[in-house]
Design a protein around this ligand. Structure first.
Ligand SMILES: *Cc1c(COP(=O)(O)O)cnc(C)c1O
Length: 394
C-alpha cells in the first residue's frame, strides 16, 4: 500500500505508540488524585505539556489540551469573540479557505450578530499582511488565518500578519494544524496569541490536540465540569494521548529540516511528472508550499472515480478535503482560488511524509496518467472538448 494522504491523518510513530503504552500501563491513574499513582499521571501530563510548549516556544501554562484541532479552533475563536463582544467589538477577519472548524464556527458567530470578513486568497491561495492591515478596524475582535492550507498546501505569512495584529492591538489566532512538525513555529517571535495543533497530523494519536493561548488571553470553556486544565477545559485528561502527542511532536520537530528536504524532493518529482498530463493544473503556490503537498486539477475527470481507481492500485489519496469528499459540493478551497466548479470536481491531493519513497513516487506517476486517460476516454464531456464542441477550461 502507498499512503499519500498524510494531510488527512498520519500513521502513529513508534515513539508515540510506546509513550502511550507506557502511560496506559504505568501511569494510568487520574491525574487529579492525590496518591502516588495519580501523581505519576499528573507528572506524565505535565511533562507532555512542557515538551509541547518547548516545541512551539510557549510556556507550559499557555498549553491547554483539547480533543483535537477542531476543538482548539472552536475554543480560540469563541474565546476571542466573547472577549471582543464585551468591549463592543464584533468584527472578525479570516480567509475564504480556512478549515471548516474555523469557517463553521465563524458562520455560527455571524448568526449570533458578529460581522465576519473573509479575505480573498487569490489564485495562489494566500493573503498578505497588507490585506489584513487594510481590513483591521477599531471594532476588530480577532484575526484568524491558517498557517498552511490543508488542501493546496500554500503557506501563509503568519509572522508578518502577527506583527500587524500586535501593532494594532488585535488578537491573532492561527490554525497551525498542517504546519506543525513541517514548518518552524515560535509563538513569541511570530506574535501569535492563539494557535491550534492536532496530534494526528504529525504522527500522534487521533482525538488529541492543543490550544496555545498567550498568557493574559483568557479562554472561554466549551466544556463545563471540573477544574482540569486550570479551569479552561473540564474532563479527566487524556494523559496517554498527551504523552503520545508530545513524543510525536518532539520527533517531527527534531527531524524537520531533513524530512522537509527529502519530502519536498518527492513533491517536486510528482509535480513535474503530473504537470505532463494535458489539461491539468497545479493548485496553490508552486514555491511557497508545504513540503509534502501535491494538489492538481485534471479537466474531464471526476475526483471520486480517480480516487477509487487509485485505491484499486493500493494508492491512498484524496480529492478535496476528507470532510467535503463525502458530499457533492466542490471544495471551497478550490473555488476560493478561482477554479470553476467543473474543474474543482476533478481534483487530486497527494500528501506525502518522510516514510514515502522514490518507488512510491514512481508508482503514482505511472498510475495517475493512466487512470486520467481511462476516465477521460469514458467521458462524453471530454469527447465534446476533443471534438471542439466545448471549450477547454485548463
Ligand atoms: C485536520 C485539520 C483540522 C482538524 O483537526 P482534528 O484534530 O481532526 O479535529 C483543523 N485544521 C486543519 C488545517 C486541519 O488540517
Amino acid at each position: 500500500m502507498i499512503y499519500a494522504d498524510n494531510a488527512a491523518t498520519t500513521k502513529m510513530s513508534a515513539a508515540a505508540i510506546s509513550a502511550m503504552l507506557n502511560c496506559m500501563e504505568e501511569s494510568w491513574g487520574n491525574p487529579s488524585s492525590l496518591y502516588g499513582l495519580g501523581q505519576r499521571a499528573s507528572e506524565t501530563l505535565q511533562s507532555a505539556r512542557e515538551r509541547i510548549a518547548a516545541c512551539i516556544g510557549a510556556s507550559p501554562k499557555e498549553i491547554t489540551f483539547t480533543s483535537g484541532g477542531s476543538e482548539a479552533d472552536n475554543q480560540a475563536i469563541r474565546s476571542a469573540a466573547l472577549l471582543g463582544a464585551r468591549k463592543g467589538k464584533r468584527h472578525i477577519i479570516s480567509t475564504a479557505f480556512e478549515h471548516h472548524a474555523v469557517l463553521h464556527t465563524l458562520k455560527k458567530l455571524e448568526d449570533e450578530g458578529f460581522e465576519i470578513e473573509l479575505l480573498p486568497v487569490g489564485k495562489l491561495g494566500t493573503v498578505t499582511a497588507q490585506q489584513v492591515a487594510d481590513a483591521i478596524r477599531t471594532d476588530t475582535a480577532l484575526v484568524t488565518v491558517m498557517y498552511a492550507n490543508n488542501e493546496i498546501g500554500s503557506i501563509l505569512p503568519v509572522s508578518e500578519i502577527g506583527a500587524v495584529c500586535r501593532e494594532r492591538g488585535v488578537l491573532f489566532h492561527t490554525d497551525a494544524v498542517q504546519a506543525a512538525g513541517h514548518l518552524p513555529v515560535d509563538v513569541k517571535t511570530q506574535n501569535i496569541d492563539m494557535l491550534s495543533l492536532s496530534a494526528h497530523k504529525f504522527h500522534g494519536p487521533k482525538g488529541a490536540g492543543v490550544l496555545y493561548a498567550r498568557q493574559g488571553v483568557p479562554l472561554t470553556r466549551l466544556i463545563e465540569g471540573g477544574a482540569q486544565e486550570r479551569g479552561r477545559r473540564a474532563g479527566t485528561e487524556n494523559v496517554a494521548a498527551a504523552a503520545g502527542m508530545a513524543a510525536a511532536l518532539e520527533e517531527t520537530c527534531a527531524h524537520m529540516e531533513e524530512n522537509a528536504f527529502k519530502v519536498s524532493a518527492l513533491r517536486e518529482r510528482l509535480i513535474a511528472g503530473l504537470s505532463q498530463i494535458p489539461h491539468s493544473a497545479l493548485n496553490g503556490d508552486p514555491v511557497n508550499r508545504l513540503p509534502g503537498n501535491v494538489s492538481f486539477c485534471f479537466e474531464g475527470v471526476e475526483g471520486e472515480s480517480l480516487l477509487l481507481l487509485l485505491d484499486d492500485r493500493g494508492i491512498c489519496a484524496s480529492s478535496g478535503s476528507a470532510c467535503t469528499s463525502g458530499s457533492l459540493d466542490p471544495s471551497h478551497v478550490l473555488l476560493a482560488i478561482g477554479r470553476p466548479h467543473e474543474v474543482a470536481h476533478g481534483s487530486l491531493r497527494l500528501s506525502l511524509c518522510e516514510e514515502n519513497s522514490e518507488a512510491d513516487a514512481a508508482a503514482i506517476l505511472k498510475a495517475v496518467p493512466e487512470i486520467v486517460a481511462y476516465l477521460r476516454n469514458m467521458s462524453p464531456l471530454w469527447k465534446d472538448k476533443i471534438s471542439g464542441k466545448r471549450e477547454f477550461v485548463l
